[in-house]
Ligand binder design. Sequence first.
Ligand code: PA5
Length: 411
Amino acid sequence: MLNLKLHSTVKPKENSSADFEAFVHTLTKNPEIGFFGLPNRTDLLEQSLAAYEKFKDKKTFIHIGIGGSALGPEMLLRALVPEKMNQFVFLNNIDPDDTKARLQNIQMKDAVVFVVSKSGTTAETVASMAIVLNLFHEQGLTEKDYTNHFVFCTDPVHGDFRKLGAEKNITCLDVPSNIGGRFSVLTPVGLFPALYAGINIKELLQGAADYQESVVNPAKNKDFINLGNLILELHNNHHVHQTVMMPYSSLLKEFSAWFVQLWAESLGKNGKGLTPIPAYGATDQHSQMQLFMEGPNDKMMFLIEVENFKTDYPLNNSFDASSFNLLRKFTLSELFKAEFSGSLKALQENNRPIAQLSIKELTAHTLGQLIIFSESLTVYMGELMKLDPFNQPGVEAGKKYAKEWLKTHRK
Ligand code: PA5
């Protein structure tokens, strides 16, 4: 199980049990909040499995989406099946030159195109879809082929993709209406690409369910509650307004990116917020770590430790020099352990507040736990900071003005 240890000289204040009760109520009883129920949504699992059966033989998986509709799937795939990333093409932005590079050599007849948009109206996603659709026709495929190549994932009722899906006989998977983009990774948004890539999604959902138990069970949730209370205390009374997410794992680099969106878009509002900073070890020890260590003491550090790796390399070799001799008897994963321990110790000596998260190994099960840990903590922080973690009025305002710009510049 995901192990959580706090290192801080600041002691968290006990918050009123009402805050925690309200949080648990939000997670388990509020019909407007759906992400906590996802491990039990067999209907969504079945939809994803049916789509997988239909499209599993395609050679290339093109994923179109932005923000919460892309970051979750990218995080899952990169963490669990890095060797399969070359089967995937992500159109997660609208840079024309990058789009060209990503679509180079794509044979549409061999591809499944997965278009994800909760709202079904996001301009960037619609634009990428338009480009892929043109390519589809340029390569000689026609409207009757849509059903064998496109899958939409969107709100069960609203939006253009739902409407077009019904009109054009395109498979439509659901993003339940009570789940927003950044909380959607365990819906078909993440499950369908994960299945295509051979990820064990039952284990992923089981990991999520197991950590949920640690969050709501009073016998198990002390550390989780203390962490939320500590972050609040540091934020309110010690000027700690930034959060560093730093897994010691290259495969969790995209987990940091996913966490950044979750934390920033959920908690940055009403003049409040905990600015998230993505990092990963050991690489960022040679970069941002100097600032984390000796810069302003305004950051809460989340360090993720992976205790065992599937692969390892002995470091013995034929060179005779002191730096090589030091490593000779160790393996690569032992060096990683040394780097992690070194950073932890030095950060502690500098009085930097740290949440140390340890997993035995990076698997679908432990990733499911990390996902629910992050989502639940985000919601708990929303409760403590008295703000709604599920809306994003700032993002919506930008979307609205971009559409207004298009209308006033209509050609
Ligand atoms: O988390 C969110 O709600 C956002 O980041 C959305 O995922 C993003 O704006 C894309 O929206 P949509 O899925 O509606 O296309």
